[in-house]
Ligand binder design. Structure first.
Ligand code: CTP
Length: 433
C-alpha cells in the first residue's frame, strides 16, 4: 500500500481526535529530531478496518524524554518505567497513550523476560510476535504516513495468516502460544503450517510460565467476544493439557458451553437474573469437570489466590450443592428452593441453567424460574433484628428461627405485609404472646 493511501486510510478510518493526536506526536518528532512511529495492533486493525484506539508509539531515540515532553504539551500525566524505556500518558478524558523507546531484545532463557537494549525501528519490529503485528507507520511532520513492513505483514494480513517471525519465537515467549490462538480466532485467520508446527513443538515450555503470566493470557482469551472456538482450539492444539494435565473438553462440554454463551449474549432474559461476568463464569465452566484435587491444583497453577480463587470455589460448590439436592428430590418446597438459590451468584445461576438445559430432570430449570419470577421477591422480609428487639425478643439463636418462620410464611403466601409479619412474631414468638 502506498504512502498516500495510508494517509487516506487514516483520514477515512480514524476519528478526528486520534488523527489530531498523531499530528501532535509528529510535530514533536520534528522538534526533538527523533523519528516516531505508530505500531502494533493499532496498525494491524487500521488496515483491517477494525476500530482500535489503543495507540502504541515507538520512538527512535530517548522515548522517556519524548514522552515527558509530549505529556507537557498535551497536559497529560505521565508514568515512566525507566527500566524498560516505556511510558504511559494518561489524559483527562480517561484515555491513554503508550510511548516506548525502539529496542532490540535478547532471550537468555526460554520463557524468562528478555534483556532489552535501545535499537532501531527495524530491530523493534523484528522482535515482535507475528508478522501482522510487526507493521509500523512513520509519523512524519509534513503529514506523510509511510508504512514500514519489514516482515511481510501486509501479505499475511491479506491472506489471513498468523506467522511468527522466527522459529524460536514461541520458545522465547510461550505467552505467544495463547496470543496466536487469540488473534487466529478473533480475526478469523489461521496459523501458517510452519507456525503451527513450531507452536506445538514449544508446548512443553508453557510449564515454565509463571502463574501470573499464564493467567493474564487466559483472561485475555476469556474476555474475547466468543469463548467456545478459542477453547476448542486450545484443546485441539494440546494447549489445555499443558495448563493442567487433566484439563480436557469433549463435544458434550462444548455444547454446554455454547448454551452458556447463548445466555451471555442475552442478559436481558425474561427472568431478570442480571448480567454475569463472562470471565468468571467461563472459567467456572472450563474447570467444571475437574475433580476437586485437580481443581485445586489448577487454581494453584494459575496463582488464583484471594477473592478470585474464593469466588470460583464458592460458585463451584454452590452449583454442586444445588445439583445434588435438586437431582434427588421429587418435590421441593418454596423454602427449600429459596435456601438453595438465594446464596448463589449470578454466575452460578447461569452455569446451572447451561448444564441442566437438556436434562430430562427439569427440577433445576423449574426451580430457577420459580425463584426469579416470584420467590426471590416474595422471600424479602420487612422486619429486621432491631425490630425483634423493639418487640421484646432476646437476641440469640431464636432470631434465626424467627427469620426462617417469617420467610416460610411469606413464601407460602400466608403473610404479605409488615403488619402481618409483626402479628406472626407476636403470636408465635412473643414471650407474652
Ligand atoms: N507483542 C509481542 N509479543 C508479545 C506481546 C506483544 O511481540 N508477547 C507486540 C506485538 O507487536 C503487539 C504489541 O506488542 O502488537 C502490543 O501488544 P498488545 O497490546 O498485547 O497486543 P495488540 O496487538 O495491541 O492486541 P490487542 O488487540 O489484543 O490489544
Amino acid at each position: 500500500m502506498s504512502e498516500i493511501s495510508m494517509r487516506q486510510l487514516m483520514q477515512e478510518r480514524l476519528p478526528a481526535s486520534a488523527r489530531g493526536l498523531l499530528n501532535r506526536v509528529a510535530s514533536l518528532s520534528e522538534k526533538t529530531g527523533m523519528p516516531v512511529y505508530v505500531v502494533g495492533g493499532f496498525v494491524r486493525d487500521l488496515l483491517l478496518a477494525i476500530e482500535n484506539l489503543d495507540i502504541d508509539i515507538v520512538v527512535e531515540g530517548d522515548g522517556l524524554r519524548f514522552a515527558r515532553e509530549l505529556a507537557q504539551e498535551l497536559k497529560a500525566e505521565v508514568t515512566p518505567h525507566s527500566k524498560f524505556g516505556t511510558s504511559v500518558l494518561h489524559f483527562k478524558d480517561g484515555t491513554h497513550l503508550d510511548v516506548a523507546t525502539a529496542r532490540r531484545e535478547f532471550y537468555e532463557e526460554p520463557s524468562a523476560l528478555p534483556t532489552v537494549q535501545p535499537g532501531t525501528i527495524r530491530e523493534d519490529m523484528d522482535r515482535r510476535d507475528f508478522t501482522i503485528n510487526s507493521l509500523a507507520i512513520k509519523l512524519e511532520p509534513d503529514g506523510n504516513r509511510p508504512l514500514l513492513d519489514f516482515n511481510q505483514g501486509q501479505p499475511d494480513l491479506a491472506d489471513k495468516i498468523i506467522r511468527v517471525l522466527h522459529e524460536n519465537s514461541f520458545v522465547d515467549d510461550p505467552t505467544r502460544i495463547f496470543r496466536a490462538i487469540r488473534f487466529e480466532q478473533r480475526l478469523g485467520f489461521h496459523l501458517s503450517r510452519e507456525t503451527e508446527a513450531e507452536l506445538v513443538k514449544a508446548l512443553p515450555i508453557i510449564s515454565k510460565l509463571s502463574g501470573h503470566r499464564l493467567t493474564n493470557e487466559l483472561v485475555a482469551i476469556l474476555k474475547e467476544k466468543q469463548f467456545t472456538p478459542y477453547l476448542r482450539r486450545m484443546q485441539e492444539l494440546g494447549v489445555l493439557v499443558m495448563v493442567q494435565s487433566e484439563l480436557s473438553c469433549n463435544e458434550k462440554d462444548f455444547a454446554v458451553l455454547e448454551r452458556l454463551e447463548h445466555q451471555l449474549r442475552q442478559p436481558e432474559n425474561q427472568l431478570s437474573i442480571g448480567e454475569a461476568d463472562p470471565v468468571s463464569v467461563r472459567l467456572l465452566a472450563t474447570l467444571w469437570s475437574l475433580d476437586s484435587d485437580a481443581f485445586e491444583s489448577t487454581l494453584h497453577r494459575l496463582d488464583l489466590k484471594g477473592q478470585t480463587g474464593d469466588k470460583l470455589r464458592r460458585d463451584r460448590s454452590q452449583c454442586q450443592a444445588v445439583l445434588k439436592q435438586f437431582g434427588s428430590a421429587d418435590t421441593l418446597s418454596a423454602l427449600q428452593i429459596y435456601d438453595a438459590l438465594s446464596p448463589g451468584s449470578v454466575e452460578s445461576v447461569y452455569w446451572l441453567l447451561a448444564i441442566t438445559e437438556n436434562e430430562s430432570n427439569e427440577s433445576v430449570q423449574l426451580a430457577v424460574e420459580r425463584f426469579y419470577s416470584s420467590l426471590r421477591q416474595a422471600g424479602e422480609l420487612s422486619l429486621t433484628g432491631d425490630d425483634f428487639i423493639r418487640m421484646g425478643l432476646k437476641p440469640g439463636p431464636l432470631f434465626q428461627r424467627v427469620f426462617r418462620e417469617l420467610r416460610r410464611a411469606r413464601l407460602e403466601g400466608e403473610i404479605s405485609s409488615r403488619e402481618e409479619e409483626e402479628k406472626l412474631v407476636r403470636e408465635k414468638f412473643h414471650p407474652d404472646g
